[in-house]
Design a protein around this ligand. Structure first.
Ligand code: 4AD
Ligand code: MG
Length: 465
């Protein structure tokens, strides 16, 4: 084959210089035609759109033409021309075709269109080849980039918090143990328990549930930092909104109070929505058409409307007076369930809601305690269709108050002496929050199951791919 430099399909579909020789490489989505001519739709992942390759069969080897089937991978040299066909702007008149890899139509799982998302989960190794997952993965990428851009442009530093942690103080969920001990025959201490001093790190270690505590250390030196990494929770919660491995973005800011924290969360989310509208247009239009007719409208609504900010106590009053029958009872002091959160957002306020001042008893030890002795400066951002998308708070910067809560919870001080040290040396008011990346992508794509917005979902009893 003639050596022509490859051009991405996205670029060719946007060009206005025709009648030139080009090369494309990609995977065949469909092949139609008749005895004389084949129309081959090729996609290389650079865009949701395919390019049409027109091949006059007599110019090519018969076996080659037979083996170019849905799923196969080809390289095409040809003339880029303006297309006569409806809905196409450009096409390639093939001169040379090389088959990199065939895909036997008898067994290729994506032979036909219209598979269910459930089926596609069973072939997670191939589902990026579908239009839907191509769109989701491109949006995921765009959002990652926009997150780094937002923080970089706002003067934040990206802090890499550890994935293996020796602290389980955060209490955000059950953890996955990390060990190199022989589980058949672990070394035992005198009292019969496993002797972790002989383990790799000389102590018990786990996969982190959050990078927050480390982000706080960073903020109390660099002022504004953020983490963006995988986090792990071993709860057995099989819901459409929980993963055992998910990515979280956790900004942490010195000198921010809870109001600054909420302002940042709102600006950040609106920035991301706006970025997607401007940069992911084709993919959003596809998802809007195929899965969720109000997707783009909903994203735009977030950009254009202020979030409602209310106290937890107000939220409880609204829910009690709603006359709704909830599965879980509403009582001051209990955590809001997703049905409650969605009622507030979707029916009552009809916009994103930020709830603050939650009862101390249902929140984490590091949150700043209000003077009422009952509530803390926590804030959760609730989104339509999702429920909680962000959880955060102002942090307790006072050493004595922090210590007394730590003691109440029986967290051994020797496990978090390093965290307490920041309150001992140059403590400062500070705040932060965590955005669940897959919850964001759920919202941005209109998908309804979190397993469909991450390339390789980890959920109970599922880590095949
Ligand atoms: O509310 P969470 O547990 O807060 C924290 O972990 C704090 N350390 C954050 C901070 O203040 N820096 O989790 C934060 C967000 C949730 O709002 C939700 O979007 C997401 O993380 N999340 C999950 N996403 C997918 N699967 C799970 N199992 C999740 N658990 C939490
Ligand atoms: Mg939370």
């Amino acid at each position: 084959m003639k050596d022509i430099k490859r051009t991405k399909i996205k670029e060719l579909l946007n060009t206005d210089t025709f009648n030139r020789e080009v090369n494309i490489k990609g995977w065949v989505r469909t092949k139609r035609g008749n005895k004389k001519i084949a129309f081959i739709a090729v996609n290389d992942g650079s865009t949701i759109h395919h390019i049409q390759v027109v091949a006059e069969k007599e110019m090519f080897n018969e076996d080659l033409m037979r083996d170019i089937t849905t799923g196969s991978c080809i390289s095409v040299n040809g003339l880029l021309v303006e297309s006569m066909g409806k809905g196409q702007t450009v096409e390639i008149q093939a001169q040379e075709i090389e088959l990199y890899g065939s895909a036997d139509p008898q067994v290729y799982p994506l032979q036909k269109k219209g598979h269910t998302l459930e089926f596609l989960r069973e072939i997670a190794h191939l589902r990026p080849r579908t239009n839907t997952f191509g769109a989701v993965l491109r949006i995921r990428h765009a959002m990652s980039y926009a997150i780094h851009k937002f923080f970089n442009d706002s003067g934040f530093y990206y802090l890499h918090s550890p994935i293996i942690t020796g602290s389980d103080a955060e209490g955000a969920g059950a953890m996955f143990r990390v060990t190199t001990l022989d589980m058949q025959n672990p070394p035992k201490a005198k009292d019969g328990s496993i002797d972790y001093t002989q383990d790799f790190f000389g102590k018990e270690t786990n996969l982190t549930v959050s990078g927050q505590l480390e982000a706080e250390l960073g903020a109390l030196a660099l002022s504004e930092v953020y983490t963006f990494g995988p986090t792990f929770r071993a709860e057995n919660s099989n819901t459409p909104r929980h993963l055992a491995e998910f990515w979280m973005i956790e900004p942490e800011m010195a000198f921010y109070d809870i109001h600054d924290d909420m302002d940042l969360a709102e600006d950040f989310l609106q920035y991301l929505m706006k970025y997607a509208l401007e940069n992911c247009k084709d993919d959003l239009e596809f998802l809007n058409k195929m899965y969720d007719e109000s997707l783009i409208e909903r994203i735009r609504f977030i950009v254009d409307n202020e979030f409602q900010r209310i106290d937890y106590t107000t939220a409880i009053d609204v829910l009690k007076q709603s006359g709704q029958k909830f599965e879980f009872p509403v009582e001051w002091g209990t955590d809001l369930q997703s049905e409650h959160e969605r009622y507030l957002v979707e029916q009552h306020y009809e916009r994103p809601v930020i709830i603050t001042n939650y009862p101390k008893s249902i929140k984490a030890f590091y949150m700043k305690q209000n003077d009422d002795g009952k509530t803390v400066r926590a804030m959760d951002v609730l989104f339509p269709k999702i429920g909680e998308i962000i959880g955060g708070s102002q942090r307790e910067e006072n050493l004595e108050r922090l210590k007394s809560w730590v003691n109440e919870l029986n967290i051994p001080e020797k496990d978090i002496w390093w965290y307490l040290d920041t309150r001992k040396f140059g403590t400062a008011p500070h705040s932060g929050f965590g955005l669940g990346f897959e919850r964001l992508i759920l919202f941005m794509t209109g998908m309804s199951n979190i397993r469909d917005v991450i390339p390789f979902p980890r959920t109970p009893k599922n880590a095949e791919f």
